[in-house]
Every structure is written in C-alpha cells, then in structure tokens.
Design a binder for this molecule. Structure first.
Ligand SMILES: O=c1ccn([C@H]2C[C@H](O)[C@@H](CO)O2)c(=O)[nH]1
Ligand SMILES: [Zn+2]
Length: 134
C-alpha cells in the first residue's frame, strides 16, 4: 500500500475522532506487515489528561487485537493543520516501543501536504527498550 492510500485511511479514521474540547480531530492508520490497516482517532476526556491521541489509539488497538510489537510497516497521520501534522512526544515514545525505529511515518494534512520521516528521526537520542536489555 502506498503513502497516499495509507493517508486516505488516516483521513477515514479521523472521522471518528471524539474532540468536544479541542475540536481538533486527528486520524492515524497503522499498516501491518500482512497488509492490514489498524485505524485510530483521538478520544478526548473532560479531565483532559486521559485523552488518547490518534496514533496511540491505532497502536494500542493493533496490539490489543493480537499483533506483535515490531510487526508494523508504516503509519500515516493526518490533521487539519497548516503543515503536515507533528505527533506529540508521548506518541513518539510509544512508536519507539512498539515499532521498528526505521519504520516510515507519513505525516499529512487535509490540503494534501506530505512529509515522510521515521521514528528514529522523530525521536533522536531516545531512551528505548534496548536500554533495559542486558
Ligand atoms: O499528533 C497528534 C496531535 C494531537 N492529537 C490530539 C490530542 C488532542 O485530542 C488534540 C489536541 O491536542 O489533538 C493527536 O491525536 N495526535
Ligand atoms: Zn500523541
């Protein structure tokens, strides 16, 4: 599946965003190595802190459905932003935990701007799972 198609899946995922507080909907589409897409949207909360971003929703959904960490091949993320969206620091850390650091991350917006990067680029000099291994 190419970047444009995966971004389309992220736009579809965004339609389910629950954003009564920010009004800022985000969609994520996580492609697994078997070619299946796992969709995520942001889900906000009146207490603000419990809000879950679209990216983590997609990753946690895939893990909860039995897909192994590291079994993913790309993620696309979309918001209604001037530039391609930038994932938050918490989501970058969770990406590093559950995906290959060199996995492509495709950032987009509704205007069709696209930026392709990797988790390693999004989170340089990161503390990750490797630091806790003997
Ligand atoms: O990459 C991002 C950036 C923000 N948000 C959400 C969190 C919150 O619901 C809203 C505003 O920060 O957007 C995401 O889901 N993903
Ligand atoms: Zn986030």
């Amino acid at each position: 599946m190419d970047n444009t198609l995966l971004l389309q899946e992220a736009i579809k995922a965004r339609a389910a965003a629950y954003t009564p507080y920010s009004g800022f909907g985000v969609g994520a589409a996580l492609l697994d190595k078997e070619g299946h897409v796992h969709h995520g949207c942001n889900v906000e909360n009146a207490a603000y802190g419990p809000t879950n971003c679209a990216e983590r929703t997609a990753m946690f959904r895939a893990i909860a459905d039995g897909h192994a960490p590291g079994s993913f091949s790309a993620m696309a993320i979309v918001g209604d932003t001037e530039e391609p969206i930038a994932p938050c620091g918490v989501c970058r850390q969770v990406m590093l935990e559950l995906c290959d650091p060199d996995m492509p991350v495709i950032l987009g917006n509704l205007k069709g701007d696209i930026r392709e990067t990797t988790i390693r680029e999004l989170l340089p000099y990161a503390f990750g799972p490797a630091h806790l291994q003997e």
